[in-house]
Design a protein around this ligand. Structure first.
Ligand code: NIG
Ligand code: FE
Length: 419
């Protein structure tokens, strides 16, 4: 046989089960998720997946080829999925809100705490008073945990600075995290989002229109190079539909992609707005009506569910089944933040989605990978193990992917692998 050079920078071998959605089904696999046993993946010099197939074929290829420098990674028979794409977090903040968590248990609601100037504003105070070094250190520690729980792409929002200087500081920290030291094969991709419209800060009390002016006229133009998305918290206790509309319209003109915190605590009109403005995703959706969902589907807005909030606020879980039945693309994200979801663990979100939101394992895994990527407009790059995509994997210390959700409350991830 003719000698041919293997055009691969790396080969991941000895994959017990490769589990991923695939637009073009991998030979020998079937179902919503493609499950391939005893598999291998080749990665080309640009870091893209160039081949997926049976591990034994790699032996044959290696035997009849002249080997260049190929890095062989042994997966030791474990389950391999795409790394999680966590499309909604508020990971840069100082302080904690444990006290509020316990107050809520005694009966004070999240909305009441917000109206008392606590909640988001408690974290804003702690964040404004923290040094940049402290904020970066805290964020790096959290990012290490994000990575250890299997996430390879994470969106991070600002929203605890709420003035020009502090929002910029947080955005720079988010961007710096992209370059924070990690082993190259454990690099987590960071997507920055500007969420200046998270709450009206106390210095604008009684002058909310002036704060919206500040967001629209100063912050948005200043941050266009630092953030990929603009998000607003469209809610009774936060920003009205009219205010959100103004902010998002300007953001779109400036080249931001859009997201909306929509219909979380009340029917706020946020998901309709997301549909009207062509947002990439609308998130929360606890109170979204059938008409809202229909509008989202027609506009192609991804529906992002955040089960950590229902868990933390002890509110009813929205039904993922209802959204799926509307034909929506449903993503799952952690919403990692100190108030409503203090967890960076996407395995926990999968478990909650399966036990309390009506999702099957295949749906939940798709929601946390490819649909997370869709919620960040990254579906052509990541979120599945397919030819042409980046090699961004989660290696699980399990032998069969059906253990996911079933074996709960423990970290089943061995490591992430980014090649
Ligand atoms: O997604 N709802 C608005 N933002 C966050 C909560 C932030 C906070 O309470 O600090 C959320 O739930
Ligand atoms: Fe959020």
């Amino acid at each position: 046989m003719e000698q041919q050079q293997i055009q691969a920078r790396a080969i991941v071998r000895n994959i017990g089960q490769l589990v991923s959605v695939a637009q073009a089904p991998i030979a020998g696999a079937s179902g919503l998720l493609q499950v391939l046993s005893n598999a291998a993946i080749m990665v080309d010099n640009d870091g893209n997946i160039s081949w997926i197939g049976a591990d034994q074929e790699v032996d044959e290829m290696l035997a009849c080829s002249e080997q260049g420098h190929v890095n062989i990674v042994d997966a030791y028979g474990c389950v391999v999925t795409p790394g999680f794409v966590d499309s909604h977090t508020h990971l840069v903040f100082a302080g904690d809100r444990a006290e509020e968590f316990h107050l809520r248990r005694e009966g004070t609601s999240y909305g009441e705490l917000l109206r008392q100037g606590r909640g988001i504003l408690t974290t804003m105070n702690a964040t404004r008073h923290a040094s940049s070094e402290m904020l970066l250190d805290l964020a790096m520690e959290r990012l290490a945990s994000v990575r250890a729980h299997g996430t390879t792409t994470v969106e991070i929002k600002t929203g605890y600075g709420l003035n020009l200087e502090a929002e910029e500081r947080c955005l720079r920290i988010i961007n710096d995290l992209n370059c924070s030291p990690s082993l190259p094969h454990e690099h987590v991709r960071i997507i920055p989002t500007f969420l200046g419209a998270h709450s009206v800060p106390p210095e604008y009390h009684g002058r909310r229109a002036a704060y919206v002016d500040l967001v629209v006229e100063e912050m948005l133009p200043a941050f266009a190079e630092l953030a990929r998305f603009c998000d607003v918290y469209c809610e009774r206790e936060a920003f009205s539909v009219a205010e959100s509309h103004r902010i998002l319209t300007r953001a779109k003109e400036l080249g931001y992609q859009l997201k909306v915190h929509a219909d979380q605590l009340s029917p706020s009109g946020g998901s309709q707005l997301a549909a009207e403005l062509g947002a990439v995703s609308a998130d929360h959706l606890d109170y979204a009506s059938d008409t809202d969902l229909e509008a989202m589907r027609e506009a192609g807005v991804v529906a992002t569910l955040l089960p950590g909030c229902s868990y933390t606020l002890r509110s009813p879980y929205p039904s993922a089944r209802r959204l799926l039945d509307h034909g929506l693309k449903v993503a799952l994200a952690s919403d990692f933040n100190p108030g409503t979801s203090y967890s960076e663990n996407m395995q926990m979100m999968l478990g909650l989605a399966m036990s309390a939101m009506g999702m099957s394992l295949d749906e939940a895994l798709s929601a946390a990978t490819i649909n997370g990527a869709r919620a960040l407009a990254l579906q052509d790059e990541t979120g599945s193990i397919e030819i042409g995509k980046r090699c961004e994997l989660a290696l699980w210390s399990i032998r069969d992917y059906h253990e996911i959700g079933y074996h709960f409350g423990t970290n089943l991830i061995q490591s992430i692998l980014v090649l």
